[in-house]
Design a binder for this molecule. Sequence first.
Ligand SMILES: [Zn+2]
Length: 186
Amino acid sequence: MSGAAIGGGRMLERTGFRHCPRCAAAALVAHEDKACRCQACGFRYYQNSAAAVVGVVEHQGRLVLARRARAPQQGLWSMPGGFVNDRESLEEAMVREAREEIGVEVKIVGYLGSTWNEYPFGGVTYLSTDALFHCRLDHLAGLTAGDEVTEIALLAPQDIDAGCLAFESYRLALSLYRARQAGASR
Ligand SMILES: [Zn+2]
C-alpha cells in the first residue's frame, strides 16, 4: 500500500493517524466521519465522542472559577470538570473532577443541559459531549487549587466576563445557569 491510500476523512484529519494500529500498514482510509478502516487487514477503529462533565459550582450565589495552569487555553478560566473515566457515571465524574481540581465535595443540584466541544491536545483534536451540571458547595473549607489550576475565584454570575472562559461549553453552562436563576426568581 502506498501513502496515497490515506484518506481525507474527518477522523483521520482530527487525529493525524497514518498507520494501522494493528498491522502498521499505511493503508488507513476514512470510514464514515468518525472512523477509519485499514485496507490491508480490515481493522476498523471508531473515535466516538468522549463523555465529559462541566459544573457551575455555586456557593451562596457566587460561582467558583479556576484559572487553567495548562494548555489548552492556559490562563483562561475554567469551571470544574473533565472527561468521564471508564465505568463511571456522569454524576460520579462531576464530583471526582471537582474534588481533584478544587479540593472540595460538591453536591449536584440539577442538570442544566448538554453540548459538544472540540478539545485540541497534543496535536489531536478530541471531540466531547459535555453534560452541564449545577452544583452547590456548602462551605469553602478545603477549597484549594489542584495541580491543573493556578488560582480560584468566587464571582457573582453577572460579574463573569464570558470572554474570559476557556471553552464554549462554559459559556453555555453560564448562560443556562443565569437563565434558570432568572426564571426561579420571577
Ligand atoms: Zn491494518
